[in-house]
Design a protein around this ligand. Structure first.
Ligand code: AMP
Length: 282
């Protein structure tokens, strides 16, 4: 596995090689990331990963400084999964000067759910993903990038960005990898105390229950939506969580569902100081 830090070194390595299949990450890799990498190995000619904790997508009070960094273990896991090139820019490689040009995502998609509770988050995500895409795919006629459904809204925002900028990159979605009890794997799970970890499955359970209630409501869902979401949230909060949102949305738009829409249930909540997100198509 080639490990490169600068954009110029990355381009020198990738130049003579074929179509990249790219997995962007923030490191502290778990089985979810590795499943994405294995998918990339199946899809492209040159499996490429990046590790970069992107300051632009963290709010000032969030966990940028304490975000777990596990460099050695990450390198071993990526190499074992078949990664051929690892791009690990230092901050000055990606942002040699303040990144004053930014990618502004469509507010209809990016200002709700995560975007409502983390203002500017998707601008930070889009800006770094666009920059990583420019670094990895420059000079390539075609490429593919793999993103996890765990970050459902992020996947949709990136897809729309690629579509609107006509980037020659296929975006492939990979399903959410879960622990045996159903908790979605996440780098932030490592922040949980043993007691919190035992309780953490309640988030996916709440999504499942809300999804079942939404399906059972059938045609009456638009009228009952607010009550169902409110009850789900009250139950999670009563178990000691601080819920940001539990929402039933149209898979296509992430807006409140219209009759006949395919549904996704999305949630974000804090257990102690750890904020977890998850979603379920229902
Ligand atoms: P992150 O390192 O958290 O920025 O995530 C990098 C990529 O891994 C994103 O495309 C995530 O959606 C994906 N990912 C994170 N957790 C999981 C999971 N449990 N299952 C599948 N993909 C995941």
């Amino acid at each position: 596995m080639h490990i490169v830090h600068s954009i110029s070194d990355l381009r020198a390595v990738l130049g003579p090689l074929g179509r990249p299949a790219f997995v962007p990450t923030m490191g502290n890799l778990h089985d979810g990331h590795i499943a994405l990498m294995r998918r990339a190995v199946q899809l492209g000619e040159v499996p490429v990963a990046s590790i970069f904790v992107n300051r632009l997508q963290f709010l000032p009070h969030e966990d940028f400084d304490s975000y777990p960094r596990t460099w050695e273990a990450d390198c071993e896991r990526l190499a074992a999964a078949g990664c051929q090139v690892l791009f690990a820019p230092r901050e000055h490689d990606l942002y040699p000067e303040p990144q004053t040009f930014k990618v502004q995502p469509d507010p209809l998609l990016a200002d709700l759910l995560e975007g409502q509770f983390r203002p500017g988050f998707f601008t930070g995500v889009c800006t770094v993903v666009m920059k990583l895409f420019c670094a990895v795919f420059a000079g390539k006629a075609q490429g593919v990038a793999v993103f996890g459904q765990k970050d459902y809204q992020q996947l949709m925002v990136v897809r729309r960005m690629v579509q609107q900028f006509a980037l020659p990159i296929d975006i492939v979605a990979a399903p959410t990898e879960r622990a045996a009890d159903g908790l979605a794997l996440s780098s932030r799970n490592g922040y949980l105390s043993p007691a919190e970890r035992a309780q953490a499955v309640q988030l996916s359970q709440a999504l499942r229950a809300l999804g079942e209630a939404a399906r059972a409501a059938g045609e009456a869902l638009p009228a009952r939506l607010a009550d169902l979401e409110h009850a789900a949230r009250a139950q999670l909060d009563a178990s000691g969580w601080q819920t940001d949102y539990l929402a039933v949305r149209s898979r296509r738009t992430l807006q409140a569902p219209q009759p006949g829409d395919a549904l996704v249930v999305l949630g974000a909540a804090r257990l102690g100081t750890t904020r977890l997100i998850d979603n379920l198509e229902v």
